[in-house]
Design a protein around this ligand. Sequence first.
Ligand SMILES: Cc1cc2nc3c(=O)[nH]c(=O)nc-3n(C[C@H](O)[C@H](O)[C@H](O)COP(=O)(O)OP(=O)(O)OC[C@H]3O[C@@H](n4cnc5c(N)ncnc54)[C@H](O)[C@@H]3O)c2cc1C
Length: 405
Amino acid sequence: MSEPLVIVGNGMAAARLVDELAKVALGRYAIAVIGDEPRLAYNRVLLSSVLAGETASHDIELRSANWWRDRGVTLKYGCVATVIDIGRRELKIANEESIAFSKLVLATGSTPLRLKVTGADLAGVHTFRDSRDVDLLLTLAAQKKRVVVVGGGLLGLEAAYGLAKAGAAVTLLHLMDRLMERQLDAPAAELLKSLVERKGIEVLLNANTAGLHGETRVEGIELTDGRRIDADAVIFAAGIRPNVALAKDAGISVNRGIVVDDCLQTGAPDIFALGECAEHRGVCYGLVEPAYEQARVLARHLAGAPASYQGSVVATNLKVSGVSVFSAGDFTGAEGCETIVLSDARGGAYKKLVISDGRLTGAVLVGDVGDALWYLELIRGREPIAAIRHRMMFGRSLAVRPEAA
Ligand SMILES: Cc1cc2nc3c(=O)[nH]c(=O)nc-3n(C[C@H](O)[C@H](O)[C@H](O)COP(=O)(O)OP(=O)(O)OC[C@H]3O[C@@H](n4cnc5c(N)ncnc54)[C@H](O)[C@@H]3O)c2cc1C
């Protein structure tokens, strides 16, 4: 008889785990997925394209209803898991019976942070995480509202771009002195800023939000340096917090995320976590690729095969069309590293490669990201690059010509 395996969360990590399990342990588990969003799992990364009107919402589903059914998966969506009873191996679901498990996987993702400032709970203040948020933002844009996006990281940039493209007047605020400081060095961030501004988005740096104004609805935002910006709506895109409450309430060890070992096992027997809610070796990843790598490892582990997750080399691809950005590994260049830089601000291109001990250890690309995956392979593979070093900057096709090899 198949063992009952319950997954909490019907997001990207959960869908990939079922996919991987179907490959390596078909029939071993009777899988149930409990998700609180009212639709089939979808590609969250593409929400930005939906917001920008480049993709239809129904086209971003990861798998069809038939796909789930064919794999015998019981899908409960629009359902919130509320309590894990570790002793009885049961999961309670709001307004429903409990469900028994022999193995439980937590794939609960993250929640966007709301700044703790006055006015943060006014009407007109939103976040950007799921398809319900996108519907709301599209309504704002259709009404040509003035929108302030707080946060100049990947999410804030995508929200700003999508809203602007959909018709809103957008101001993007960022606390730091450059955009995407966790992925880009100063010249790349400056170039990105000018490319974003060319799309009609106003960008304010060193912008520290002091509070939001308005009676019942937000009317404006004030910065600590006294600047004030009128707004009909404010979108917080200033970070995420892993959803750990379910695990924490059950007594499972949590830190920033749910603490897992190299098999993605939590501190409780037969309970695992992966994706954005998990913390592995002190790191909570906010990107999809690590979640997919974890899904592969966990599926193998659940199939009884040897498998170990060693952490991920993080890479970021900003896919907003027209402003292609890629960053991976040590993009700043730690002491003792060499850097090769190609910079063409007017042409909208910047490329920086970081080399350490004869290996590529980091890369930043703005504009032309055609060779991004090749650079990522080199970084991950830690292969010596001496033979291609002088041509590496010009991309794979030139660097690995037979005579260059
Ligand atoms: C607009 C946007 C753009 C992004 N762009 C990129 C990108 O370009 N590149 C990139 O790498 N990453 C990007 N990300 C991040 C990426 O989407 C996430 O890393 C990925 O979705 C994480 O997968 P997950 O399954 O861990 O979490 P999620 O996909 O968030 O899934 C978690 C699910 O669990 C559900 N859940 C939580 N608690 C419960 C509960 N108690 N009961 C039932 N269900 C529950 C949630 O509702 C959610 O549906 C983007 C994110 C957003 C929002």
